[in-house]
Design a protein around this ligand. Structure first.
Ligand SMILES: Nc1ncnc2c1ncn2[C@@H]1O[C@H](COP(=O)(O)OP(=O)(O)OP(=O)(O)O)[C@@H](O)[C@H]1O
Ligand SMILES: [Mg+2]
Length: 602
């Protein structure tokens, strides 16, 4: 574990040690002073008693009268001390506690030696006579009352030191007890103060840890009183920092979510790679394009997406560091798809951190472009054939064929036919573009009307052609079907289908026009039992100039635009046209119209 300590344990023990040293120092000093003071008091007291004893006994001592031994005992009782009378030569004259005869010469006892010089002497020492520690006070007794006279002897008072020690011990223990109480109080106060200092810091630490986990549900909250200004200011600062952090994170999260939504919903595929060319992000469209799982493992782009051109494109952006664009063809499960790639290096300050590639699916545009190109080529080709023919015959006429009126008539007839064909093609093209334009602008006028007259008109228009080929036209479908249509256009569409049915049927065939209404739609089917169409042509049949059987169609004078016109007319009605056919077994073309009005009747 870390060696860090909690603040309370950093403050409390040193404070406690300092307090302990202070209290113990005070205790020892106080004990020492008390002891000295007490001993001085006792010595002073003993001196006073010694003076009283001296004044009482000195006359008799000097005169050598009376029973000094008895007197000394009396004095000892009165003064509560051992009383000793010592002559100037050190001989003990009387002693309250001992027989003077048993006592040795006292001249060299320190207190006695001082007293013999005429000054009061004190001493604290072991008494060999009594066998215990004693405090001694010795006063000189002068030969006369004049203090300048020679010293006659010494009056000495002594009390046992044990007694003093007992008192001192008692005082010592009292002091010790007081010091101990002080120490306990100091410890409690120190603990309380250090807890009070560390508590708000611990609270702040706890809340700050919550903030670091982005949990902003609680603020650091201190009551107004009780905390220092510094702590309260620190708490306020942390709170405002947290609020600022919360605001910023909120903004960043919102922006991130918005970008994420844009990123996810983009119809363009987006790939993000890091500076080592590893795929780090791909949006849903890109995942779909490259058939990657949504939990793809970020890794080298060459491994995730095995496409040499794309890998090279990304490498070039990473090494070149500038924006690049390129077209890319991918051969995917659904077929060939064309993409326009835009690659941008991603920079972080001055460092290149990766690249972003946007894949724009231009398959449809490419297809439309191809259709347009093909259409122009087809139109040119379709127009060129009759024009070449006309040119050829006019030149032949000019070269002299005019001379031969029979030949000239034949050539002119051919020229006339080709001119009609040109006219038909141009008319059909104009018709088509008009329908397309009106449909785009929503300008095709639709009216609710009965379908039967429309179909009857078609039959009427085709009756001659049918009769010529001995084909039977049958109208199958009851009256009373009302549809939202543009009569002219619908007649044109159905007629085109009936004309085809007649055109591509053998003589004596049968063409049936059937109309019916079911739940949601109205259907008009034109079927024949003619040559039919091979399966491979069916998907392209409604393209302009597409013919399943070119030779036959040309021979029959078709422009190849009839079904394209049908398709656009039906589309302008919000419907669709379908074909069912088998080679040699006849065909059925069905126009399907929605039964609900698409636009309000204008
Ligand atoms: N009922 C049908 N039976 C067999 N083939 C058909 C039938 N209808 C159309 N086709 C085929 O589809 C092709 C396209 O028909 P479409 O009507 O667009 O052109 P077209 O008939 O050749 O010329 P036109 O523009 O004069 O109608 C035809 O060339 C023909 O090969
Ligand atoms: Mg046709």
């Amino acid at each position: 574990m870390s060696k860090r300590k909690r603040l309370v344990w950093q403050i409390f023990p040193p404070m406690l040690v300092v307090t302990m040293i202070a209290v113990m120092g005070t205790f020892f000093l106080a004990s020492k002073i008390t002891r000295q003071f007490y001993i001085e008091q006792i010595t002073t007291n003993l001196k006073v008693r010694a003076r009283l004893v001296r004044s009482d006994i000195q006359a008799d001592f000097r005169a050598g009268q009376g029973d000094l031994q008895r007197r000394s005992r009396q004095m000892a009782v009165l003064s509560q001390a051992r009383v000793t009378l010592i002559k100037a030569n050190g001989e003990v004259r009387a002693d309250s506690d001992k027989n003077p005869a048993d006592m040795d010469n006292h001249a060299h006892r320190p207190e006695v030696a001082i007293a013999l010089t005429g000054n009061p002497g004190t001493s604290m020492r072991f008494s060999h006579t009594l066998g215990k520690n004693m405090i001694y006070v010795a006063l000189p007794v002068f030969t006369t009352d004049n203090r300048l006279s020679p010293v006659f002897g010494v009056v000495r008072l002594a009390i046992p030191f044990i007694f003093v020690n007992q008192v001192l011990d008692m005082m010592y223990w009292q002091n010790f007890f007081a010091a101990f109480i002080m120490l306990v109080i100091a410890a409690i106060v120190t603990l309380f103060v250090s807890r009070k200092l560390s508590k708000p810091l611990e609270d702040m630490g706890r809340t700050a840890r919550q903030y670091s986990r982005l949990d902003f549900s609680h603020k650091i909250n201190f009551p107004d009183g009780g905390y220092s200004i510094e702590v309260a200011e620190l708490a306020d600062t942390i709170n405002s920092m947290a609020m600022e952090l919360y605001r910023r994170i909120d903004t960043v999260t919102k922006q991130k979510n918005e970008l994420e939504a844009v990123f996810k919903s983009m119809i363009e595929g987006v790939l993000v790679v890091d500076n080592r060319g590893r795929l780090v992000r791909a949006n849903d469209t890109a995942l779909k394009i490259f058939n990657l799982p949504s939990n793809y493992h970020p890794g080298a782009i060459t491994e995730s997406i095995r496409n040499v051109d794309l890998s090279r494109f990304i490498r070039e952006i990473l090494s070149g560091g500038y924006v690049r664009e390129q077209d890319l063809v991918l051969y995917l499960a659904g077929g060939e798809r064309h993409f326009h790639l835009s690659g941008t290096p991603i920079r972080d300050g001055s460092n290149k951190t990766g690249a972003m590639v946007v894949l724009n699916d231009i398959t449809r545009t490419k297809k439309l472009e191809n259709i347009r190109r093909e259409f122009v080529a087809n139109v040119s080709h379709e127009l060129k054939t009759p024009i070449t023919s006309i040119n050829g015959f006019v030149e032949t006429l000019l070269d002299g064929a005019l001379e031969n009126s029979l030949e000239a008539k034949h050539f002119l007839e051919i020229i006339h036919r080709q001119a009609r064909r040109l006219d038909a093609i141009i008319n059909d093209l104009l018709k088509l573009s008009r329908i397309e334009r009106e449909d785009d602008m929503g300008a095709v006028e639709l009216h609710h009307q009965d379908l039967l007259p429309v179909l009857n008109n078609c039959l009427e228009m085709c009756a001659v052609a049918a009769r010529e080929k001995g084909i039977k036209l049958i109208l199958d479908g009851g009256p009373g079907i009302t549809a939202l249509i543009n009569q002219n256009l619908m007649e044109q569409a159905v007629t085109n289908l009936v004309v085809n049915a007649i055109k591509y049927s053998s003589e004596g065939g049968e063409v049936r026009i059937k109309s019916w209404q079911d739940e949601r739609q109205i259907q008009i089917a034109v079927s024949d039992n003619g040559c039919g169409i091979a399966r491979e042509h069916l998907s392209r049949l409604f393209e302009r100039f597409y013919r399943s059987d070119k030779a036959r169609s040309r021979k029959l004078g078709g422009t190849g635009l009839g079904l394209a016109i049908v398709k656009h007319i039906v589309k302008a009605h919000g419907g669709e046209v379908k074909v069912k056919s088998r080679s040699g077994r006849g065909s059925t073309f069905t126009i399907i119209l929605p039964d609900t009005p698409l636009r309000p009747i204008s």
